[in-house]
Design a protein around this ligand. Structure first.
Ligand SMILES: [Zn+2]
Length: 591
């Protein structure tokens, strides 16, 4: 309560200069973005003044401060289930995930204020859509304010820092969920199941004439009906609506060549990123990337325009969006395979208009006087460029009916629970015939990335085994609403699988071994009891150059090629059952 009073006093300067009807005045025109306390203070003012809006604390963040969610509805009802029961589409907007990229923070505040004041009658669309805004996602990053966090950015004069309170890049943390922030937003996804999701960013990629670029949901990652809706309606609709306003939109300029005039490719993001994470929930998730070289007011105004367009599009297509998601989920549930890696189709492309600048590979630096790559801003052009927006699957996995996950892996279970995955637990100790993966090979960088030693090139081989499980271990039916989440996190080869993110590293080294002296008695006993193996062993010792006259290697051959070998070494603990279990058998297994 005390905090709220302080906020209001603090905001008096805003009130003094406010436009009629507005509760606060943003200062992005003066290259100023509000501090964390100012942001929350402004949302508190909106909450206090409008019955149909509320600022809720959703859960914790690494900073110790709660993650807020601001809800704008058309009535005083803020319960997810109650609102969704009315058939409204859910639009979720996330800001400040990279706190040095605050344009969306300003834009969302302005949008919320206008929507609540019913500027241009836009509030009427709230009949079809509920708007959820995360004011600042990386609170720790936003509190860490300085003029020296963004070397490629001149305005706003002060911003937050890319790392959050625990120094994580939160836009790499969605799957591994190290941060409290990621855990809380996962719960928001679980509880609200947003239909459309926007994450606002700023980029310093290539130079061009646009203030705003868009990383659209990558259609190939969605089931056919959603892919079709994206390609035929949503993506073209958003671009054409933006064209009617002050700021045109261009796809995020993901280079294929250093000169974007030669071709641009659509970005495809894996689940560690916000948009890829949203795709695991069958949510139309996207990221805006403001262009850092444009004045800050233009950055804010362009993303503000996009938020309006996205809100209108979501309201006007609410039925299509929700129906396509429902049918899309049903399509995924029936699918036999799931694509886990894609490759850009470099043959198919379409032409799009692109307003760029001629590149100058030998521009002279005003600081060093030496040549460097740059753009000639005196030579703007408008050109048709090739835009590559199709990805082809290069590897697919066959979707199993169940995964079995030992309860020993509590960190994994916690993440599945956060996402709303449903599972059974085994009611008694039991041995089950399952398909297992062994990790054959993997590469791990020497330097950690965002707190992990991410496993890159992973290869596996499969085997059928009978494994003993314990009462309480998890039997997870794959064909459930969170099917994509399960496949992307538990399939060992998926691009952002929990295995790759180190949740199962305990299987990668051995727990036992053999002594050159101490193993002999058991090895002797084994050879005597297994004459066929003994024969094979004797032959090997005569013919295999790595074994001849090598005591240690010969004992090692016995150890590694018999039951002495550690069966759990490199055996991925999540196993599969391919066929659906008959009801009677299932009932015998589960609680
Ligand atoms: Zn960013």
């Amino acid at each position: 309560m005390k905090l709220k009073v302080c906020m209001i006093i603090y905001l008096i300067p805003y009130l003094a200069v406010a436009q009629p009807g507005a509760l606060f005045q943003l200062k992005y025109g003066q290259n100023y973005t509000p501090t964390y306390d100012e942001v929350i203070g402004m949302y508190q003012l909106l909450d206090a003044n409008y019955e149909n809006a509320v600022l809720l604390k959703q859960g914790s963040t690494d900073s110790g401060k709660p993650l807020h969610l601001f809800i704008i509805n058309d009535e005083k009802e803020f319960d997810a289930e109650a609102i969704k029961a009315k058939g409204k589409a859910v639009l979720l907007i996330n800001n400040g995930i990279h706190a040095g990229e605050p344009a969306g923070i300003d834009a969302s505040l302005q949008f919320a204020d206008e929507l609540l004041r019913n500027v241009e009658g836009k509030a009427s669309l709230l009949e079809d859509v509920v708007v959820l805004i995360i004011p600042v996602y990386s609170i720790g990053g936003h509190l860490n304010r300085s003029a020296y966090h963004r070397s490629g950015q001149t305005t706003p004069y002060e911003t937050g820092f890319r790392g959050n309170a625990a120094n994580y890049d939160l836009n790499r943390d969605f799957v591994k969920c190290d941060s409290e922030n990621a855990k809380t937003i996962t719960k928001i996804f679980r509880d609200w199941d947003p239909d459309v999701f926007l994450d606002t960013h700023t980029t310093n990629g290539s130079e061009h004439q646009y203030s705003l670029t868009l990383i659209a949901p990558q259609p190939d990652k969605f089931p056919p009906i959603m892919e079709n809706f994206l390609r035929s309606t949503m993506i073209p609709g958003l671009f054409s609506e933006m064209k009617k306003g002050e700021y045109e939109l261009i796809p995020y300029v993901s280079w294929m060549y250093r000169d974007p005039g030669r071709g641009i490719k659509m970005t495809q993001e894996s689940p560690r990123y916000s948009s890829g994470f949203a795709a695991m929930f069958h949510t139309y998730g996207m990221m805006t990337e403001n262009h850092v070289y444009k004045p800050y007011p233009d950055r804010v105004k362009s993303v503000h325009q996009f938020i309006h367009v996205l809100y209108q599009f979501t309201a006007n297509h609410a039925k299509e969006i929700m129906v396509s998601r429902e049918k899309g989920k049903a399509e995924t549930l029936k699918a036999k395979t799931h694509a886990i890696s894609f490759e850009l189709d470099t043959i198919q492309y379409r032409m799009i208009e692109f307003k760029g600048y001629e590149v100058d590979p030998n521009q002279i630096s005003p600081i060093t006087g030496l040549p460097r790559f740059g753009y000639d801003k005196t030579k703007p052009y408008t050109r048709q460029v090739r835009y590559f927006d199709s990805y082809n699957p290069v590897s697919e996995i066959a979707i199993p009916e169940y995964y079995i996950l030992p309860q020993a892996y509590q960190e994994v279970i916690e993440r599945l629970q956060l996402a709303g995955v449903k599972y059974y637990t085994l009611k008694r100790d039991t041995a089950l015939k399952v398909e297992v993966d062994y990790i054959e090979d993997y590469s791990t960088p020497k330097q950690p990335s965002n707190g992990h030693y991410f496993h890159q090139q992973v290869t596996t081989k499969s085997d059928a085994q009978i494994i003993k499980y314990y009462a309480g271990d998890l039997l997870i039916p794959v064909r459930q609403e969170k099917i994509k989440f399960l496949l992307e996190t538990l399939e060992v080869l998926a691009p952002d699988s929990y295995f790759r993110w180190n949740f199962f590293d305990n299987i990668l080294d051995t727990r036992e071994y053999y002594s050159s002296y101490g193993f002999e008695e058991n090895a002797m006993k084994y050879l005597k009891g297994n004459p066929e193996f003994e024969k094979e062993f004797m032959e090997k010792c005569q013919t295999d150059s790595t074994l001849i006259n090598n005591h240690r290697a010969q004992l090692g051959y016995i150890y590694h090629n018999t039951e002495w070998a550690e069966i759990t070494h490199k055996r991925y603990p999540v196993t599969r059952i391919r066929e659906k279990l008959p009801d009677e058998q299932l009932q015998l297994l589960i609680e």
